[in-house]
Design a protein around this ligand. Sequence first.
Ligand SMILES: [Zn+2]
Length: 203
Amino acid sequence: MKNIKTIDDLIRCYKTLPGIGSKTAERLAYATLQLSKEERDDFISSFIKCNDEVKICDKCGFFYEGECPICNDPKREHSSVMIVSSSKDVLTIDNTEEYNGLYFILKGTISPLKNITAQDIGLDKLEKYITQNNCREIILALPTNIEGETTSLYITNMFKDSSLNISRLASGIPLGTNLEYIDNMTISRSIKDRIFIKGVKDE
Ligand SMILES: [Zn+2]
């Protein structure tokens, strides 16, 4: 039997999402089609609303509606910038209330295997962001997998001749785990006990 082209298109769209392979994309596409008419309309209107109204800040990379809550928050300390690989991590870390600095959100991590370069994930904008905000410390909060480590190393090299202090979240976060699955206490501790790769803590 011939495949239905419109359904194949939907499957292809689902497959572009991270962590979704062919089988899951297929399951999601058919599950979407099996929703009731109301559920599907709700799905579509939420998607269109997000597409129209949610913007990505061209300075820090955070998703926002209205104005960027990171760049436009006068209470945030500009001395440090935490680098994460997804906007979701900002919410996770901010909820711990252990950190009140700036964030720089990358679009994922560098992956030579998947041909994803530093520029693809927005790293070319980092230097300008740091200069404009007069940051003194970079805190690396990237995933503890090979791609995350590659990206951390790349950033460390980018600033090796600068006066910036560079730290990374302390251990306690198991290898290969995403921040979203870690409890607040562990994240708070890993921020407080962060390890300096370059320079020292600015007291
Ligand atoms: Zn911003």
